[in-house]
Design a protein around this ligand. Structure first.
Ligand code: S3P
Length: 170
């Protein structure tokens, strides 16, 4: 198993972080960690339940705690962040100062929205298209602070993007 790679994938909801992380896991032999899943395990409920019953602030606290645990663990991983994790300055600092290479996966809003709409994963911060578009527009300026930027072209698959990342970043 490869323990030397530390990659953090960021980008808007529906861009394909989890599937790209899955391909990178197979390509590198480095374990994939899905931050949203850690948050759900830690809270014992779904993200939608956390946000709806405890609020976004509480969700961000649990997310930050889970991120710290992953970062402290002394091993490599392909870390798939939640779409909002990177928008918090303290999370970005933690990621940047712990040997992770951050990667912004970008695609058009319409592509993300299509995936959000037809996914089984519930996204409480993107229940309506206008709210999702507003977040999308606001976040571009922070996503671009990542070390690398991959623009997902129409028609390219998550496998194609993972290959590109492996060739250029690893
Ligand atoms: C969020 C993105 C979600 C999840 C939560 C909040 C966001 O993850 O963390 O619903 O603020 O963009 P995905 O990007 O994996 O959908």
């Amino acid at each position: 198993m490869n323990h030397s790679v530390r990659l953090a994938l960021t980008g808007f909801m529906g861009v394909g972080k989890s599937s790209i992380a899955r391909h990178l896991e197979h390509m590198t032999g480095c374990p994939r960690i899905d931050l949203d899943s850690l948050v759900e395990e830690r809270a014992g409920k779904s993200i939608a339940e956390i946000i709806d019953s405890d609020g976004v602030t509480r969700f961000r606290e649990i997310e930050a705690e889970c991120l710290s645990k992953v970062i402290e663990a002394d091993h490599g991983c392909i870390l798939s962040l939640g779409g909002g994790t990177w928008t918090i300055a303290a999370n970005r600092d933690l990621i940047k100062h712990s040997g992770f290479t951050s990667i912004w996966l970008e695609s058009s809003f319409e592509h993300c929205w299509y995936n959000i709409k037809f996914s089984r994963k519930e996204r409480p911060l993107a229940r309506d298209k206008d709210a999702a578009r507003k977040l999308f527009d606001e976040r571009q300026k922070v996503y671009c602070l990542a070390d690398w930027h991959f623009l997902i072209k129409p028609g390219s698959t998550s496998y194609d993007v993972a290959i590109e990342i492996a060739e250029q970043v690893l």
